[in-house]
Ligand binder design. Structure first.
Ligand code: V0D
Length: 249
């Protein structure tokens, strides 16, 4: 325990001297596998995954990361068993009920990315409550991607652009990267500097696509419920090493 604490403090001191990623995105993978390995129902893994989010927020308290974007539920996850989907749809409400005080105390602003209208009404209400209560906070922006798919996001943007062209509000010749971005769910957010995926899979799986054009990708061989502050600090240290090498050329 003592050594664990020391390693964490050392790693933190180390990364504090380097360039900090402004925006970190995380694909929180491995919750179901974590549960199955311990002979527990998959839901127990999702619940343990919420505790890992809190450890991540705790770890970020000491750093000046401005945006944390978490991939919680993809548009493909609807194919899971109904009982599991129902359970997942209660988690935003549980998170807001349990963590709102913590978000307020730490000046954290809650947001979401994705097709909110595709979620059950009770989930939408819980999320809306959390977003409204924290809208005035100016520290970390904590964004959950729920009912999110990057291709759907880009298609939705293309449709809106098409509609504005048809209505004569936009000239197709004026569409460029900057204007196109304003139609994405992430409008106004800086692109992620660092993307972390847990559980050893080496894929992006339709998480942010447009936005990760220049992001550093960090794949960790641990399951999300086991993710610790030390893992976060090590991923940031890895990011900083790569930045330094890139800067040297
Ligand atoms: C399950 C591990 C927080 C990943 C974390 C609807 C999978 C726990 C939220 C949440 C999920 C979402 C929106 C919001 C506040 C909290 C969440 C889902 C799954 C899918 F405004 N955890 N979490 N949402 N898991």
């Amino acid at each position: 325990m003592f050594f664990g604490r020391k390693r964490k403090a050392d790693e933190l001191a180390q990364i504090k001297g380097g360039s900090m990623p402004v925006h970190i995105g995380i694909i929180m993978d491995g919750n179901g596998r974590w549960a199955q390995r311990q002979g527990l129902p998959r839901m127990a893994g999702h619940r343990a995954g919420m505790d890992a989010i809190n450890r991540c927020l705790e770890g970020l308290k000491n750093l000046d990361v401005k945006y944390l974007t978490l991939f919680a539920f993809s548009t493909e996850n609807w194919r899971r068993p109904k009982a599991e989907v129902d359970y997942l749809m209660n988690l935003p409400g549980q998170f807001v009920a349990r963590e709102l005080d913590n978000l307020m105390a730490n000046n954290i602003r809650l947001r979401i990315l994705g097709d909110v209208r595709g979620l059950p009404a009770h989930t939408q209400e819980a999320v809306a409550e959390g977003i409204k209560a924290t809208a005035g906070n100016s520290g970390l922006t904590l964004t959950f991607a729920i009912n999110y798919g990057a291709r759907e996001e880009i298609i939705r943007a293309a449709r809106q652009v098409g509609l504005e062209c048809k209505r004569g509000l936009l000239d197709p010749g004026d569409i460029d990267g900057t204007s196109f971005e304003s139609y994405l769910y992430t409008r106004g957010m800086p692109d992620p500097d660092l993307i972390i995926r847990t559980s050893g899979e080496l894929r992006i799986s339709n998480f942010l696509l447009w936005q990760i054009a220049y992001s550093e990708l960090c794949f960790l061989d641990i399951l999300w419920p086991d993710f610790s502050e030390l893992d976060l600090y090590r991923a940031i240290a890895d990011f900083q090493h790569r930045q330094r090498r890139y800067g040297g050329i």
